[in-house]
Design a protein around this ligand. Structure first.
Ligand code: SF4
Length: 377
C-alpha cells in the first residue's frame, strides 16, 4: 500500500510536535512513518532536524577509495564485488600499486583514503596491517578510514587474537577511523538470508564498541531495498542509537541502496528514488543522536543525492575516485567527481558547500594549489 498520510493525520501531527521539541521517536512511530507517511512529509520533518543540527551547510570531502583485494571467502548474496581466487576478475594489490594510488591521492590533495575489500583466505594478518602502513609511509598526512567489522572479525580469526588486539595493531600502523559497512540489516532472520556466514550482528556491535573505547570514531550503514521490511529497517536504526547512547562514537550514518545487478538477488528490482529519499529522511528522524546523515552519491546517483540534501542529509560524501564495489553491482554513476562538480551539486540544492576532513573539521586549501591543505582546529 503506498504511504500517503499527510500532516492532517492526528498521529503524524503528534510526531511532528515531538520532532520540533527534539524528542526521540519510538520504534512504533518509526514503523508508522515508514509504512504510512508520504515522502514529502517525511522530508519536511527530517529537514527540521537537519537544519537544527547543521543549518544550511552541506559537507563533502576530498577522498579516494582503495579496495586491496576482491578475493573473499564469503558469498553474500547481495555482493557483486567478491571473486574466487582463481576467477579472471580476481585481483590483489601490490605495495607498489598502493603507493601509486596514495601518490595520486596526495597530488589531488585528498585528506582521506577509504579502504575496504574482500577477505582473502591466503593473506596473513600482517598483509592487511601492511596495507595501512604503506599508505601512511607514503603520505603521512592522509587519514586512513579502513576495515569494516566483518574484516576486523576475520583478522581476529586469522591472527587468533581478540578484536581489541587487532584494532590496537591497526591503530599502531596508522588506522584513523572505521567506515560503516558490513551492517546490512541487523535482524537475524534477514541477515541469514543475505549474508549467512559473515560476522553477525553481535560481532558488528562488539567491534564498533571496542573501536569507540579505543578512541576511534566510526560510521554506520544500512543496506535497504532487498528482502527486508519496515520493521527491520526501524529495528536496525533503533539498535544503532542504543550503542550511540552508550559510546557517542558514531559520526555518520549512511543509508545504502541495494544494487541487484550481478548479485544473487538480481531477480529483485532496484530501490527507486522515492524509497531512497524515504530512507534518508527516516534515518535523520530516528537517529537523533547521530550528528550526520550522508547521501552517498555513488549509490544514490547525483540527482537523488542532491535532492536528499533537503530530505535530512547534510553530507554528500566526496570525490571518491576508483569506486569498484557498487559499480560491479551496476551503479551507473561516475567513479569519481571533481570538487567543482560537488560544489555545483550542493549549491544548486541551495546549500553551502563546506569541505571537511574525516573528523568533520573544516579543510582550508591554499589558493590555486589543491594539493596544499590544512584543517581548522
Ligand atoms: S559483502 Fe564483503 S564479505 Fe560479503 S562477499 Fe562481498 S566482499 Fe565478501
Amino acid at each position: 500500500m503506498p504511504a500517503t498520510l499527510t500532516a492532517n493525520d492526528p498521529k503524524l501531527a503528534a510526531i511532528e510536535e515531538k520532532v520540533h521539541a527534539g524528542e526521540r521517536l519510538t520504534f512504533d512511530e518509526g514503523v508508522f512513518l515508514d509504512e504510512q507517511v508520504d515522502v514529502l512529509e517525511l522530508g519536511r520533518l527530517a529537514n527540521v532536524v537537519r537544519e537544527r543540527k547543521h543549518g544550511n551547510v552541506a559537507f563533502y570531502n576530498t577522498n579516494v577509495h582503495l579496495n586491496p583485494t576482491n578475493v573473499c571467502v564469503y558469498r553474500c548474496t547481495f555482493c557483486a564485488f567478491r571473486s574466487d581466487l582463481k576467477a579472471e576478475k580476481a585481483y590483489t594489490v601490490s605495495d607498489d600499486q598502493i603507493r601509486e594510488r596514495v601518490l595520486e591521492a596526495k597530488g589531488a590533495g585528498a585528506t582521506e583514503i577509504h579502504v575496504v575489500g574482500g577477505l582473502h583466505h591466503q593473506k596473513p594478518f600482517d598483509w592487511y596491517v601492511n596495507v595501512v602502513r604503506v599508505i601512511k609511509e607514503t603520505y603521512p598526512e592522509i587519514h586512513v578510514k579502513a576495515w569494516t567489522p566483518v574484516e576486523i572479525h576475520w583478522f581476529s580469526f586469522i591472527a587468533k587474537q581478540p578484536i581489541r588486539w587487532v584494532l590496537e595493531r591497526m591503530i599502531e600502523a596508522g588506522l584513523g577511523s572505521m567506515p560503516g559497512g558490513g551492517a546490512e540489516i541487523f535482524d537475524e532472520e534477514v541477515r541469514s538470508q543475505i549474508c549467512e556466514h559473515k560476522a553477525d550482528t553481535d560481532v558488528w556491535f562488539d567491534v564498533h564498541r571496542t573501536a569507540h573505547e579505543l578512541g576511534l570514531r566510526t560510521n554506520a550503514t544500512m543496506l535497504y531495498g532487498h528482502v527486508e521490511e519496515a520493521k527491520h529497517r526501524i529495528d536496525h536504526l533503533c539498535r544503532l542509537r542504543e550503542l550511540q547512547d552508550e559510546t557517542q562514537g558514531f559520526q555518520t550514518f549512511i543509508p545504502l541502496a541495494f544494487h541487484p545487478e550481478n548479485t544473487g538477488l538480481d531477480h529483485l528490482p532496484k530501490p527507486t528514488g522515492h524509497m531512497d529519499l524515504r530512507m534518508v529522511a527516516l534515518s535523520r528522524l530516528m537517529l537523533d543522536s547521530f550528528d550526520h546523515v550522508k547521501a552517498y552519491w555513488i549509490m544514490l546517483g547525483e540527482p537523488i543525492a542532491q535532492i536528499a540534501l533537503g530530505f535530512g542529509a547534510d553530507d554528500i560524501d566526496g570525490t571518491v575516485v576508483h569506486e569498484l564495489i557498487y559499480h560491479d553491482a551496476g551503479a551507473k554513476t561516475p567513479e569519481g567527481l571533481t570538487v567543482a562538480q560537488l560544489h555545483r551539486l550542493i549549491e544548486e540544492a541551495g546549500r553551502e558547500p563546506v569541505e571537511r576532513d574525516t573528523l568533520y573539521r573544516r579543510v582550508v586549501r591554499e589558493e590555486g594549489d589543491q594539493a596544499k591543505w590544512r584543517v581548522e582546529v
